[in-house]
Design a protein around this ligand. Structure first.
Ligand code: ADP
Length: 206
């Protein structure tokens, strides 16, 4: 809720379309969502590398890094998780407006929060990427040892164990990391961008 008054949105003289033309791409946020250990960071990094190699302008917003800075005042209660994601959604929106192919890798467990961000961004510029990895697989990977700690009761509100994860109902992209390699999953995302016109200048009816 905006508590300030007399604030007017300024249109800038360089438009988003101008930036798309300059960058030869159409900006959007690839919003990776999935359980801890599902592969969001790993795949988002692989996708960013591929896009960089194609000469595209990208930026990756990663869960842990944002929690060290912008959101260091927030914890993992339901209320703090909602605020965490709301702020990241606003940052992603700015990056998209700046003409950047933006990637975000956050568990973002609640459907309503993801849908609010989608609603706040131009149609076609929010691409939900569901990293669909079964809990048992995430738990067996346990790259940060968090599941072990959560099962031992050392972490409260752990998504998938003691806090809910609401899977997307209609994600633009669904990645089955238990069946396909990191490389294959990253290719699936890049192919989607290619096929839908994001890797060239203004072409989408935004
Ligand atoms: P998240 O960001 O979702 O918490 P991470 O990317 O940090 O997950 O960890 C995922 C782990 O799973 C990494 O150790 C990664 O190497 C491993 N992994 C194995 N197969 C895959 C795959 N096909 N896609 C993504 N990650 C995979």
């Amino acid at each position: 809720m905006n508590s300030a008054t007399n604030i007017v949105w300024h249109d800038t003289s360089v438009s988003q379309q101008d930036r798309h033309q300059l960058n030869n791409q159409t900006s959007a946020v690839l919003w990776f969502t999935g359980l801890s250990g599902s592969g969001k960071s790993t795949i988002a990094n692989a996708v960013e590398k591929k896009l960089f190699e194609l000469g595209k302008h990208t930026y990756l917003l990663d869960g842990d890094n944002v929690r060290h800075g912008l959101n260091q005042d927030l914890g993992f209660s339901d209320t703090d998780r909602v605020e965490n994601i709301r702020r990241i959604g606003e940052v992603a929106k700015l990056f998209v407006d700046a003409g950047t192919l933006t990637l975000s890798a956050f568990i973002s467990p609640f459907r309503q929060d993801r849908d609010s961000i989608r609603a706040n961004i131009e149609h076609g510029q929010f691409i939900e990427v569901f990293v669909d990895t079964p809990l048992a697989v995430c738990e067996s990977r346990d790259p940060k040892g968090l599941y072990k700690k959560a099962r031992a009761g050392a972490i409260a509100d752990f998504t998938g164990i003691t806090s809910e994860y609401e899977a997307p109902l209609h994600p633009e992209i669904q990645l089955q990391t238990d069946q396909f390699s990191v490389e294959q999953c990253a290719d699936q995302v890049v192919t989607y961008l290619e096929n839908h016109g994001y890797l060239k200048g203004p072409s989408l009816a935004l």
